[in-house]
Design a protein around this ligand. Sequence first.
Ligand code: SF4
Length: 222
Amino acid sequence: MLNRIKNRVLSGKRLTGKDASTLFESDDIFTLGSLGSHAAGRKNGRKAYFVRNRHINPTNICINRCRFCAFSRSKGQEGAFELTVDEIIRKLGGSDQELTTSSFSEVHIVGGLHPEWPFEYYLEIISAIKKHFPKLQIKAFTAVEVNHMAEISGLGLKKTLVALKKNGLSSMPGGGAEIFDPEIRKRLCPEKISGRRWLKVMETAHGTGIRTNATMLYGHIE
Ligand code: SF4
């Protein structure tokens, strides 16, 4: 079966939905990789695109404490941290806009669901970054974090996202998608919003002009 699909890929023919299912179910990772590479090469040549960015984690304190997460801590636990806005700005290069904008073009912000921070604090973080580094793209807050902000602010999803965008948010990272299958998700991270809710957050984000992506997690061990 894979051979037939291979011939179609090599001759540049479009694959059918059934072909896609067959590829999805195959565990022949080397053939899948080489076919993928062939298709990408035909489309893009040898060009590769990347973004130079810097990661900021404002806090690792999180009310969810998903059991696969080695990053999170509870408040007061050893290793827990909370960054001030000034500390975040310093991490990004202080007021040296020239240095920052020449070495990276995007800041990627993700963190825990802090039990006490108000929604205004998240707005303060991104508006301070925008003020100090107007050229930086701000890709911030997973759907799980945005849902948390909508809850603590009482604003609902749309108004929460509009406020984030107004304060400088350009796009959102794909964290928290993990796995959408309800059964597996229930076993993996029952504390997190459902896959359906995750999609709702992203749909609402798209409706406000915020671009997003999705990050799938695999290789979980029970
Ligand atoms: S919500 Fe995110 S930061 Fe919090 S425990 Fe789960 S994976 Fe970790």
